[in-house]
Design a protein around this ligand. Sequence first.
Ligand SMILES: N[C@@H](CCC(=O)N[C@@H](CS)C(=O)NCC(=O)O)C(=O)O
Length: 206
Amino acid sequence: MLRLYDSRFSGNAWKIRILLSQIQRPFERVTLDLDAGQTKTDSFLELNRFSRIPVLQLSDGRTIVESAAILLYLADGTEFLYDDSYLRSQVMGWLFFEQGDLQKSLALARVYHIKGIADEMSQQIERLHANGYMGLEKLERWLCRHEWLVDDRYTVADLAVSAYVSLAHEGSYRMERFPSINRWLDRVRAQPGWLGIFERSPYQYG
Ligand SMILES: N[C@@H](CCC(=O)N[C@@H](CS)C(=O)NCC(=O)O)C(=O)O
């Protein structure tokens, strides 16, 4: 069976649990405590050279790291990824955009709030917001004219980009500025098999 190493609050691992639910793949969930340094041990480094979650371990023991790579692996041959190489390249473009232009700026601001250190980190949050808003404005511009990120249906591009965007308010982003993003998030959440971040997948063991 597949094994997913993740943590309770990670948006990157949440993306994988949503897709596993949508493709109805059973998996064992191993939830790590990041604050206790469980991604920094020698045995974890054997699983992920970058010492981060999520990590997907296949039944033969091999691992896949980086949420975008895991999503592409799991979505291959399903309705959530196109076969056509041009359309696949468009999906990948959004996955790279999410990692480069959005993920850190949205995730770190959220982490500072969750850890209760937002006041002391206010200057860092301001810088993160400056970057994050630039990415969100680009996304809003696209979604003003398109229902989905690539072509005419929901794919792992929508899944990957929506995860941290839907959590951005927890990092004090003013999301009412982005009406097209909000309508798209409603469409994403309405997809069969979609799960909230603290919701348990019916396909989850452990
Ligand atoms: N680019 C990576 C980012 C993964 C990431 O940032 N993981 C965080 C949790 S969301 C983590 O494991 N942090 C622990 C650490 O860096 O020690 C991905 O998309 O998988």
